[in-house]
Design a protein around this ligand. Structure first.
Ligand code: NAD
Length: 397
């Protein structure tokens, strides 16, 4: 298949592009490289030394003989070029990773909130409008997040995108309807992902665009089979307070002898997936096509759930690191229960790579290897949007 990977220079996009190429697909990466500029704005760098996009692609050609195309383009701003590209390349599928994906970054200031909304909503809407304008039956695979469901403790296993509700009509007869699961975004970033869902619903219903929305859990790990083939193909590894996701941040903290910073009580239960499974899920979604049915196919892309404190204890057991319970910067429940259905990806053949001490050990070794690149001052999360609770504790003090 011909596949365009928007955001294909990022943490999930790069290994997914390689994985698709390794499985015989003709891949073109489209990326504005804004993520590399955000590193400069924040004064941080990936734990792993990532090569330039050109060098990465040269390495892939040398190692495999396969070419991957690259177009530098801002999907949120350059609509006309996007239309031209879709018309020229005529992709069978477009995988859309091209969004600002950090919740703390989205909450730093009004400027960051506005940037996140502007970038993410325009990127998604430009893509949908451009696909409709070009008029080919291209399949859109979007990377969404489990975070749109919110983290209330609910007495059901989270369904895949839709909820069946029963309601009485004006005569008292009970009817049933399927609705998008009500969203409870916990940050402006999550809000954009919730709004994305409405854009997809509209274009699927109105224009018959084939859409698969993957509600992904928190990704852990760095390398995949493909990125490990040459040092120039190494994937990025974010450990800083804005972009470092919880497990990867713990791994780096353990490597530098920093206590593991658990937000709040650590009672938050979250869904996780390894980067190795993430790239497989993207390929399974692309290859399985989706239907033209006026309905978005939503799949929960996660393989296991863990309480944050349990993850910290696993790493502590492996490394001897201390645990520090710090104020939670996020406005979220101290603890929650979570069970999630992921039948669709399992049905497509996903065989989950579950967290194990061996894998954690590997991850800590990667962190040790690049320990000289770690800036411990960048580890704590300095974005803080739990203002209500902070003012209550300030009054109490
Ligand atoms: P990332 O920031 O590493 O990569 C995003 C890429 O998109 C970057 O290369 C960036 O330059 C590019 N980009 C952003 N805006 C663009 C635009 N307007 N035009 C062109 N390129 C643009 O993020 P990631 O971790 O790879 O996440 C990718 C997607 O997966 C995101 O949409 C995110 O919501 C979703 N996701 C990630 C995780 C995770 O744990 N990393 C979890 C759940 C969902």
């Amino acid at each position: 298949m011909r596949v365009m990977v928007l955001g294909g220079d990022g943490f999930c996009g790069w290994p997914s592009a390689l994985h698709l190429s390794a499985h015989g697909h003709e891949v073109t990466i489209v990326d504005s490289l804004v993520r590399r500029r955000i590193d400069e704005e924040l004064g941080v760098r990936s734990l792993t030394p990532i090569a330039s996009t050109t060098e990465r692609l040269r390495a892939w050609r040398e190692v495999t003989g396969e070419g991957i195309g690259f177009v530098e383009l801002d999907v949120a701003r350059d609509y006309e070029r996007l239309v031209g590209l879709l018309a020229d390349l005529r992709p069978d599928a477009v995988v859309h990773f091209a969004e600002q994906r950090s919740a703390p970054f989205s909450m730093k200031s009004p400027r960051h909130k506005r940037y996140t909304v502007d970038n993410n909503i325009n990127a998604t809407h430009n893509l949908l409008a451009a696909m409709t304008e070009v008029g080919r039956d291209t399949h859109l695979v979007h990377l969404g997040t489990m975070g749109v469901y919110g983290y209330d403790s609910i007495p059901l296993d989270l369904p895949e995108g839709y909820l069946t509700v029963n309601y009485p009509d004006r005569h008292g007869d009970v009817h049933s309807a399927e609705v998008l699961y009500p969203t409870r975004p916990g940050s402006v970033y999550h809000l954009t992902k919730s709004l994305d869902q409405l854009l997809f619903q509209f274009y699927a219903q109105n224009d018959g665009v084939r859409v698969t929305d993957l509600h992904q859990g928190i990704v852990w790990g760095t390398q995949t089979e493909e990125t490990a083939r040459d040092p120039r193909l190494v994937n990025r590894f974010d450990y800083d307070g804005d972009y470092g996701t919880v497990l990867n941040r713990f791994v780096v903290e353990a490597a530098v002898g920093h206590p593991l910073t658990v937000h709040g009580t650590g009672g938050q239960t979250r869904a996780f997936i390894s980067i190795r499974d993430s790239v497989r899920c993207v390929r399974l979604a692309v290859e399985s096509g989706g239907r033209v049915s006026g309905r978005v196919r939503v799949m929960n892309q996660m393989t296991e759930v863990h309480r944050v404190i349990d993850l910290a204890r696993m790493i502590q057991a492996e490394t001897g690191a201390g645990i520090d319970l710090v104020d939670n910067p996020r406005a979220e429940a101290d603890q929650n229960e979570l069970q999630v259905r992921n039948d669709q990806l399992l049905g497509l053949g996903l065989e989950p790579t579950l967290l194990s001490t061996a894998l954690l050990k590997d991850a800590v070794e990667v962190a040790h290897k690049h320990i000289d690149r770690v800036d411990p001052a960048r580890i704590p999360c300095t974005s803080y949007w739990n203002r209500r609770r902070r003012s209550v504790s300030a009054v109490a003090a």
